[in-house]
Design a protein around this ligand. Structure first.
Ligand SMILES: [Fe+2]
Length: 346
C-alpha cells in the first residue's frame, strides 16, 4: 500500500535529524535509473526544509549487462564513480550524501568517507522506509551488540536443522548498521538494525544448513529443500541438497571466481519492526530484502568479499543468507537462542 508524500517527508526529516543535518550544510542526492521518484522528491523537500544546500547528482547505471538480475546488491563490480573524478569531487565536498542509487563498497566510496562525508543508502520502497524509520533505541541496541562482538574470540552457530559453524574472530572490526549517520565519515543503510563482523580470513569451518523457510538473497526466495554448506578454511567447499542447492551452485558458478565461496560477513538481526513474511509479499523488482537482513534474532551470513571491513578479498559475487531458529554464541555465551535475541546477552 502506498504512503503519502507527507509521511515520507516526515520520515526523511526524522532520519536527517538523527543524522545531525544542520542548516547550511551541503547534501548531495545520488540518483540513477532505478531511483524511486517519491523517495527522491520527498528527500529534496526534507533536506531543503532543514536549511541544507541541496544538489542532485544523477549517474548512469553500470554492470547491468553482466549481472543476472536487477538487484543492486547482486553484482559488486565497478561503480559509476570508478574513474569519475568530477563526481568524486562533488561528493567529497558534501557533508552528507543520500545514496538513492546503491553506490556499494568501492575504493572511491572509502576515500569519500575518509574525508568526513557521511553516506546514507536508502533504496527500499517508501512504505518499507516509513515502517522502518530508525530510532535512537535501534542505535543503542546495535552498538551494544557491536561492542559484544568486539570482545569475542569466536562466534559459534548451531541449529536443530544441523548447523554447527565456527568463526574465529579478532582480525576485523565489528560493524554496526542502525540506519542513520550521526558521525562524520559514517556509512549506513536505512533501513537496517544489525551488527556484523567477518571471520578471521581462512579460518571459518563447520557446517551450515540453510533450512526450509530460510532466505537466499539476491534470489529473494524462501528455501524449499535444505541446503548444506561444508565450510573449510574459510570457504564453502561443498553445496549439497536438492533443487535449491543446485540453483545456488549454478548461479555462483556463473561468476567463475573461487573467491565467491569465501565466508563474508556474519552477525545477527536486531530490528523488531522487520518481518520474515514481507519478502513473500513483494515482487522481486520492488525490494532488496532488508526485512530479512535486519529481522530480529536471525543469523545473517554471506558469501563473497571482505574488503568492506578492510580485508583484501574482492569478488563480484555476493550472496546474503539470513537463517532463522539458530543459536549464536560468542565465546560460549548465547546472544541468540533458537532465533530469539537473548536479553542482556550483548
Ligand atoms: Fe551482504
Amino acid at each position: 500500500m502506498p504512503v503519502s508524500d507527507f509521511q515520507m517527508v516526515d520520515a526523511w526529516t526524522r532520519v536527517l535529524k538523527l543524522s545531525r543535518l544542520e542548516a547550511g550544510q551541503t547534501v548531495t542526492i545520488l540518483t540513477s535509473a532505478n531511483t524511486h521518484p517519491q523517495t527522491l522528491s520527498t528527500a529534496l523537500i526534507a533536506t531543503q526544509a532543514l536549511g541544507a544546500i541541496v544538489n542532485r547528482l544523477d549517474l548512469p547505471p553500470v554492470n547491468g549487462e553482466k549481472a543476472l538480475s536487477r538487484d543492486p546488491l547482486a553484482y559488486l563490480g565497478t561503480t559509476p564513480l570508478t574513474g569519475n573524478r568530477a563526481a568524486i569531487a562533488a561528493l567529497k565536498e558534501s557533508d552528507l550524501v543520500l545514496d538513492l542509487m546503491t553506490l556499494l563498497f568501492s575504493p572511491e566510496q572509502l576515500d569519500i568517507l575518509k574525508g568526513g562525508t557521511k553516506i546514507l543508502l536508502a533504496v527500499e520502497p517508501p512504505e518499507v522506509l516509513t515502517r522502518l524509520v530508525p530510532t535512537p533505541e535501534d542505535r543503542e541496541r546495535v552498538l551494544a551488540a557491536q561492542a559484544r562482538i568486539g570482545r569475542a574470540r569466536e562466534m559459534h552457530i548451531v541449529s536443530a536443522a544441523g548447523t554447527d559453524f565456527h568463526c574465529p574472530l579478532g582480525e576485523f572490526h565489528p560493524i554496526a548498521e542502525y540506519g542513520f549517520v550521526d558521525e562524520p565519515g559514517r556509512w549506513d543503510h536505512w533501513p537496517s538494525g544489525f551488527a556484523l563482523t567477518f571471520p578471521n580470513d581462512g579460518q571459518a569451518y563447520g557446517r551450515i544448513v540453510i533450512d526450509r523457510g530460510d532466505i537466499l538473497l539476491p534470489q529473494k526466495s524462501y528455501v524449499n529443500d535444505p541446503i548444506e554448506l561444508t565450510v573449510e578454511n574459510g570457504f564453502a567447499t561443498r553445496i549439497e541438497g536438492g533443487v535449491d542447492a543446485q540453483l545456488l551452485s549454478e548461479y555462483m558458478a556463473t561468476f567463475r571466481d573461487d573467491q565467491a565461496y569465501a565466508i563474508s560477513h556474519i552477525g545477527w538481526g536486531l530490528q523488531p519492526r522487520a518481518h520474515w513474511s514481507t519478502l513473500g509479499l513483494y515482487d522481486r523488482e520492488q525490494t532488496i530484502g532488508m526485512d530479512a537482513r535486519a529481522f530480529e534474532g536471525n543469523f545473517l551470513f554471506s558469501l563473497g568479499p571482505n574488503n568492506e571491513a578492510g580485508g583484501s578479498r574482492t569478488t563480484t559475487c555476493h550472496i546474503d543468507i539470513p537463517l532463522r531458529h539458530c543459536d549464536v554464541y560468542l565465546d560460549g555465551e548465547a546472544v541468540v537462542r533458537n532465533g530469539c535475541v537473548v536479553n542482556g546477552g550483548h
